[in-house]
Each structure stands twice: as structure tokens, then as C-alpha cells.
Design a binder for this molecule. Structure first.
Ligand code: BG6
Length: 303
């Protein structure tokens, strides 16, 4: 169980990592080292913020109105969507993006690496409620490394004796200066499902620029993506492995207003570029086997 004192006595690292209460009864890990600072909420195994020491602005965006409450998803950061992405295939009443992002996770280890970065390992706490929605003996684990780059690896273990299929995403919200001057590169020529455009299949021509709600699931792509931010004059590089889909999402004004937790104008300052396995890229995890999807984010100044 996640008790603050126990967590701090077992897993705190002097001068680098400590646990504290946040919001309405949740616990967050606060990490700061020579390279970067970050926060991670134990509910959802949810990286909420990441700011490299050399960056003028955070790289991972968190809404000013993000709700930190039991069972609620947090607007911003890097939600873990698992074991399905988007709406459940058959059960309309099941939570969008799966239950992993709104349930408790437990810390299984912390350490400082030789390069001075900080690592925290977590596992999702299994429960009857999750089993009722997803009746498989599967375990989700997360390994987060906070350094000059941010690395997140999501591992699914199949502890049973039959194969199962998962969908997943690291649904990261990136901080940008202004969505209007932002482009996403790396998906040129890729096929995508246009969720904001009548669920039709399209092919990406050139870089992605934004002029309205954008909600696209790109398939069959393992490419690194780059967010080019003209306002903050920087590039965010998103490298990935074990992921064959990339989701690009921004709600624009009307949808963000309806969602209620973006804050005034918050939607202008974020874009989601999600490393995923969705649609035809859902993954079969073999009996007794495992699958890892991993990302690494870095930021660089634009000359
Ligand atoms: C994206 C989906 O990944 O997440 C969008 O493609 C969805 O359709 C968005 O609106 C946000 O989802 P949620 O459940 O966090 O509001």
C-alpha cells in the first residue's frame, strides 16, 4: 500500500527523490537532480511534469486545472493508456483509454544512475475491478528515468497460459508556445485514421500543422517525431521503440472548453504526440511472455 512514511523510508533518495501528498489524498514522487525536475503521481503511474534544467519552459505540460483526485484522470503529463486505447471495442461503459491511468500503482524501486539521472519503477496494482473489465493475468510495469532526457518504458507481462491482445499509449502532453506556430514532423506519407474528420482513412502529406481540432491515429509507423515550436524556438524529439502507432491530438478551443479542465487558453500551449499501439497495431502478448513500449524525449534549441 502507498503510505507516505513507508514510501519515504523505503524509496526516497536524499536530495533527489521524495514523496508527498498532492490534491485530494494522492501521493506524488518529486524528483530533482542536476539534469531535470519531474513529478509523478502514483495514481496512474502518471508522469505529470518534466523540465530539463537547461530548458526555459517545461517540456511536459500539465493543465493548471488538472484534477488530482482518486479515480479521476489527470489532464496533462503522460497518462498511461492500457490495456486498450480510446473507447473499449465492445463495452461503451468501460473507461476510455483503459483503467490503468486512474488506479493506484505501487513503487517497486528507485535508484540513482551513474550519469546522475533518477529512476523510479512502478507496477499497477491489480484489483477485482480491473479483472472485471479485462479478465487476463497480465501485469503492467513502468520504468521512468528523469535526466537530460525523459525515458518511460511500459512493460506488459503475460503471467497466464494463453495469449492476450492489448492496446496502449503513452499519451504525453507537450508544452508548446502556441499551437498555431507548431508543426509535427516524422509522419509524412503515413496512413492515419482521422477521428476528428468522420473516422476516414487518410494519408499524411508533408508536416502536420494545426488550424483546428486534430485527432489522428497514425498506423504502421515507428518513426521518431519532432515537435517544431516556432514560439519557444525549440524542438522536442520523440523517439520510441515497441510502438507502431502515433497519435496526434489537440482539442482546439471549443472541445477544450467543454472538457472543463484545460484552463483558460490552456489548449493553445499543448499538443499530444502519443506513442501507441492502436487499431491494427494492437499487440499480442504471448503466454508467459512480455512486451515493452518505450519512449525517450529530448529538447533542443532551434537555431
Ligand atoms: C486522444 C484521443 O488520445 O485522447 C482523443 O485520440 C481524446 O479522441 C483524447 O479526446 C483525450 O482523452 P481523455 O479521455 O483524456 O479526455
Amino acid at each position: 500500500m502507498n503510505h507516505l512514511e513507508t514510501l519515504n523510508s523505503r524509496f526516497a533518495i536524499a536530495g533527489q527523490l521524495r514523496f508527498d501528498h498532492a490534491g485530494d489524498g494522492l501521493i506524488v514522487a518529486e524528483i530533482a537532480n542536476a539534469h531535470a525536475s519531474a513529478t509523478l503521481c502514483l495514481q496512474g503511474g502518471h508522469v505529470m511534469t518534466w523540465k530539463p534544467a537547461t530548458a526555459g519552459a517545461p517540456v511536459v505540460w500539465l493543465s493548471k486545472l488538472a484534477k488530482l483526485a482518486p479515480g479521476k484522470s489527470i489532464r496533462g503529463g503522460a497518462p498511461v493508456c492500457w490495456p486498450w486505447f480510446g473507447a473499449h471495442a465492445t463495452e461503451a461503459g468501460f473507461p476510455g483509454h483503459g483503467p490503468a491511468r486512474t488506479v493506484p500503482w505501487e513503487v517497486t524501486g528507485t535508484r540513482t544512475l551513474n550519469d546522475g539521472s533518477t529512476e523510479i519503477a512502478l507496477a499497477m496494482v491489480d484489483s477485482d475491478a480491473i479483472r472485471a473489465m479485462w479478465p487476463h493475468p497480465g501485469r503492467a510495469e513502468l520504468l521512468v528515468n528523469v535526466g537530460q532526457t525523459l525515458k518511460i518504458a511500459l512493460t506488459t507481462r503475460n503471467l497466464g497460459d494463453s495469449d492476450f491482445v492489448i492496446g496502449e499509449a503513452l499519451h504525453t502532453y507537450f508544452q508548446i508556445g502556441d499551437i498555431a506556430g507548431t508543426r509535427v514532423l516524422g509522419l509524412e506519407g503515413c496512413a492515419y485514421l482521422d477521428k476528428a474528420g468522420g473516422n476516414v482513412r487518410q494519408r499524411q502529406e508533408g508536416a502536420i500543422a494545426f488550424g483546428g481540432e486534430t485527432d489522428r491515429v497514425y498506423v504502421d509507423t515507428e518513426a521518431e517525431c519532432v515537435i517544431e515550436d516556432a514560439r519557444l524556438k525549440r524542438r522536442i524529439r520523440i523517439a520510441k521503440s515497441g510502438s507502431r502507432s502515433t497519435v496526434v491530438w489537440t482539442p482546439w478551443a471549443e472541445k477544450a472548453d467543454k472538457m472543463g479542465d484545460f484552463g483558460s487558453g490552456g489548449w493553445r500551449e499543448m499538443v499530444c504526440v502519443e506513442s501507441a499501439n492502436a487499431l491494427e497495431n494492437c499487440v499480442t502478448v504471448k503466454a508467459g511472455g512480455s512486451h515493452t513500449m518505450a519512449v525517450e524525449y529530448r529538447v533542443e534549441a532551434m537555431m
